[in-house]
Write a protein that binds this ligand. Structure first.
Ligand code: PMP
Length: 434
């Protein structure tokens, strides 16, 4: 058995001064039991906790670390920036370079603005969509998470799903009155909503592959329907690529599926592990933003040079490696999904494994498929927790929630993948007992 003595001590101190002992809810392990593990450092594919235990990291800081921890090119870009200062509140050459790289990488981007988190990116993009169209209604999908802005917390995924919160306290009903929420992958419901409200809808925001109810890819025709119906009614299509950007392809889900949104939000990988988000799209839309247009949007640390240095180094590294890296991640992801299905069946546990590229979730459900949040919620979370705890005990750090996608990294070796498969197999036998 691993010891977690130092983590336990830190957690006891943490809960006295930090709500729940954590600075973001899913970290608290509430859904899987046990105390959270405090991390000392990361290197490549591995995390090391404060008790000296090593874990194969399948969380990757919830998405950013596609190249693994402490990647030398990213560390040296950060180190090179540091002696020049950490923030200026004035434009820099790095920001221009970075914006140029982002617009070149992501097919639909003509202009982009930098912010400091994914939440800020979605919040600001929606303000731009409303300002541009002069309309108020936003359509989102159940189980999708777009950060913690008030009006986007309606039927949200991620921690809201993990903790099973029906509504978020502190959000007045009036604030979500212009947010319509539909089941993911439901083309019928989409058309019905547009027939009724179409010309009042400013935009539809979607995770082009959902990662916040566990991994749920779009069914065939869903993204196409979104593109077609928004265009027909003069509404904007917003792809929240905070998770999928630079992950499912160099140009994100929009490159992978060949569907171009009007606005795109980025974060996570684009920030190279530092606090950075971005939103962008067609120039004529982005020019509604101040100081050109009337939609106000600002930030003291927006375009922070240290974060931009990390983001730029990450994007440039991915650009160099993209022809092998994404194919390799697809291969590893596919191999894991097949092996998980086989091992679960062998152990007599029914699961649905959803996987695309380096995003993967094992749903412990009896349903034949998981295409939306209602289906995801049929999962047996006791079984998931048992499986999770077996993995953790054996040195695999998997997301501590049934409703979060795992993220693979290029730092994982083929031996790591083999170890993961063997451990998961043992986990399925344990899960059967739950
Ligand atoms: N959008 C998506 C799709 C996300 O997955 C997240 C975070 N998990 C966010 C937005 C919010 O990003 P942040 O946590 O950086 O505010």
């Amino acid at each position: 058995m691993k010891t977690h003595q130092r983590s336990k001590e830190l957690y006891e101190r943490a809960v006295k001064v930090i709500p729940g002992g954590v600075n973001s809810p899913v970290r608290a392990f509430r859904a899987v039991g046990g105390d959270p593990i405090f991390i000392h450092r990361g290197e490549g594919a591995y995390l090391y906790d404060v008790d000296g235990n090593r874990y194969l990291d399948c969380v990757g800081s919830w998405g950013p670390l596609i190249l693994g921890h402490a990647h030398p090119d990213i560390l040296s870009a950060i180190s090179a920036q540091l002696p020049n200062g950490t923030t200026f509140g004035a434009p820099t050459e790095l920001e221009v370079l970075f914006a140029e790289e982002l617009c070149e990488a992501v097919p639909s981007l003509e202009k982009v603005r930098l912010v400091s988190s994914g939440t800020e990116a979605t919040m600001s993009a929606i303000r731009a969509a409303r300002g541009y169209t002069g309309r108020d209604i936003i359509v989102k999908f159940e189980g999708c998470y777009h950060g913690h802005a008030d009006f986007l917390l309606a039927k949200a995924g991620s921690g809201v799903a993990t903790l099973g919160l029906p509504e978020c306290a502190g959000v007045p009903a009036a604030v979500t009155a212009n947010t319509l929420t539909l089941p993911y992958n439901d083309i019928e419901a989409l058309h019905a909503t547009f027939r009724e409200y179409g010309f009042s809808i400013a935009g539809v925001i979607v995770e082009p592959v959902a990662g916040n109810m566990g991994c749920v890819p779009p069914i065939s025709g869903f993204l196409e329907a979104l593109r077609e119906v928004t265009q027909r009614y003069g509404a904007l299509l917003l792809f929240d690529e905070v998770m999928t950007g630079f992950r499912l392809a160099y140009g994100g889900a929009q490159e992978r599926f060949g569907i171009l949104p009007d606005l795109t939000m980025l974060g996570k990988i684009a920030g190279g592990g530092l606090p950075l988000g971005a939103f962008g799209g067609r120039a004529e839309i982005m020019d509604v933003i101040a100081p050109v247009g009337p939609v106000y949007q600002a930030g003291t640390l927006s375009g922070n040079p240290v974060a931009v240095a990390a983001g730029l180094a990450t994007v440039q590294t991915l650009k160099k490696q993209r022809h092998v890296l994404y194919e390799r991640l697809d291969r590893i992801g596919g191999k894991l999904a097949d092996a998980f299905r086989y091992a679960a069946e062998e152990a007599g546990v029914t699961v649905v494994v959803n996987q695309i590229g380096s995003m993967i979730t094992v749903f412990f459900t009896d349903l034949p498929a998981v295409n939306n949040y209602a289906q995801a919620k049929t999962s047996n979370t006791q079984r998931f927790a048992r499986w999770f705890r077996t993995l953790l005990e054996e040195g695999i750090y998997w997301p501590p929630s049934q409703f979060e996608s795992a993220f693979l990294s290029d730092a994982m070796s083929d031996e790591d993948v083999y170890q993961l498969i063997e451990t998961a197999r043992a986990g399925f036998y344990k899960a059967r007992e739950a």
